[in-house]
Write a protein that binds this ligand. Structure first.
Ligand code: NI
Length: 193
């Protein structure tokens, strides 16, 4: 519970702070465009070794989720749930992508992601990169990631377990609530498409 809830709470608190800041501070000057504060540019490598940026996923509503292949429970559960929701979208979700951004690039190479994601819906795209590239994406999405040492020289990663719904212009629409039947989550997602 603690592992999953804290990052979400931190994220929600961050969002609340951001929206207050947006109201108070971000009065755009003439000619300036008010930009969404969640999401942003990234350059990463997909599970086939192809270099991609956020522009490759623009043009359609898509999902973004941060995680890592050594995650014992939250990531595999969420990836399964994302697959169920995509399935429940039916033909409407045929080309809908879900980005799984690796927060553990040390172990999550493109090849490791490819092997891992073979167990999940093929619309889930694995993305990884250098620590700097991953960090830039984490920052852009206001995500929370922390490396936590475990036994010996092993470690695990605490991370935001939020599923971001991004619009076709890479702007954050909402978080996808997966604590309900896939058909309900899919109906909600369909309204955001
Ligand atoms: Ni995880």
């Amino acid at each position: 519970m603690r592992r999953t809830l804290l990052p979400i709470l931190a994220f929600v608190a961050g969002l609340a702070a951001l929206s207050i800041a947006a109201v108070v501070v971000l009065v755009p000057k003439a000619g300036e465009v008010a930009v969404s504060s969640v999401g942003g540019p990234f350059t990463l490598t997909d599970q086939d070794g192809k270099r991609v940026t956020e522009r490759d996923f623009a043009g359609a509503t898509h999902l973004v989720f941060f995680g890592f292949t050594h995650c014992p429970d939250v990531c595999p559960t969420t990836l399964q749930q994302i697959g169920d929701v995509l399935q429940a979208l039916g033909p409407k979700g045929r080309d809908t992508k879900a980005l799984f951004i690796a927060v553990d690039p040390e172990r999550d190479t493109p090849a490791a992601l490819k092997t891992y994601l073979a167990s999940f819906d093929p619309r889930i795209v694995g993305l990884t990169g250098s620590p700097e590239e991953v960090n830039a994406a984490v920052k852009a999405y206001r995500a929370y990631v922390r490396k936590v040492p475990t036994k010996g020289d092993d470690y695990t990663m605490e991370h935001t377990a939020l599923v971001y719904v991004m619009d076709g212009r890479n702007r954050f629409i909402n978080a996808l609530n997966l604590t309900r039947p896939p058909a309900e989550a899919a109906a909600d997602l369909a309204r955001m498409m």
